[in-house]
Write a protein that binds this ligand. Sequence first.
Ligand code: AHR
Length: 325
Amino acid sequence: MKFKKIAALAATVVLSVGIFAGCGSQQTSSSNKKKVIGFAQVGAESGWRTAETTSIKEIPKLDSNFELKFSDGQQKQENQIKAIRSFIAEKVNVIALDPVVETGWDTVLREAKNAKIPVVIVDRNVKVSDQSLITAFLGSDMEEEGKRAAKIIIDKFGKDAKLNIAELQGTVGSTAMIGRQKGFNETIKNCPNYKIIKSQTGDFTRAKGKEVMEAFLKSDGNNINVLWSHNDDMAIGAVQAIEEYGKKPGKDIFIVSVDGTKDMFKLMADGKSNGIVECNPLLGPQLLDTSKQILSGKLKDKIVHTKEGAFTQEQAKKELPNRKY
Ligand code: AHR
């Protein structure tokens, strides 16, 4: 009898250990499951964008516990909305959105919230009626970039100079366009003789930048002193247009642009452009870090702005060998 009781007790202990061991191994296998980030990219319109895509695609190499699902929106909001909906259906752990424009995201981001999937907005920002639809934002302060661009011009010519400025705008409705334009215009308010005589979108691409600059030069070629371009690619296209028109970019027309790609640094080193405001596209490591914080329930900052600088021609020459994008 006594033996039977001991045997039964031993069996219970073995069974219990077995159950706990089973639970343990189940927990380990589920916590070993990779976390998935779904990234809805704008497109591939510029050198900056390509560098950002490369950086984002490095996430699984930086941490093998993470997997990336990548979607190229080809500059269309409807494609990005579709991508977010499939990320929701696939039950990814984090949705990251680099929005082509600021507005029109409320409905789809609410769907993500209802599915309990955190959303990180990357690079450009969104305007939503309910801030709880967004878990975090990481990217540049675009308004600050516009201010820095204006400061390069003021430092060169002084506040009282008489300047005719041509502006190449980025994609209309994007934070990169709205913020940069606002920051620039506010800063030159104190310069009574700075006039923006031309302003049109070149949609952040080289081809359109060239096309629009050709039109500017055709109608007002001899009056433009300064070209203010919302990104490097449009400025690179414009440099070609200026040369074809028979003027010297960087000398006859002072050029300032935002991004800081290697291609623009090379042009600066050759004296064909004059000022760069940096916008950092290497956001992969930051997105990984933010996602880890969110998934562990320890998000430090809801808004993280990237640290960035500005460069003159001389500084560009020195910096060129170190450029990573
Ligand atoms: O949103 C960032 C901007 O978008 C970059 O300045 C530009 O090059 C890109 O296309």
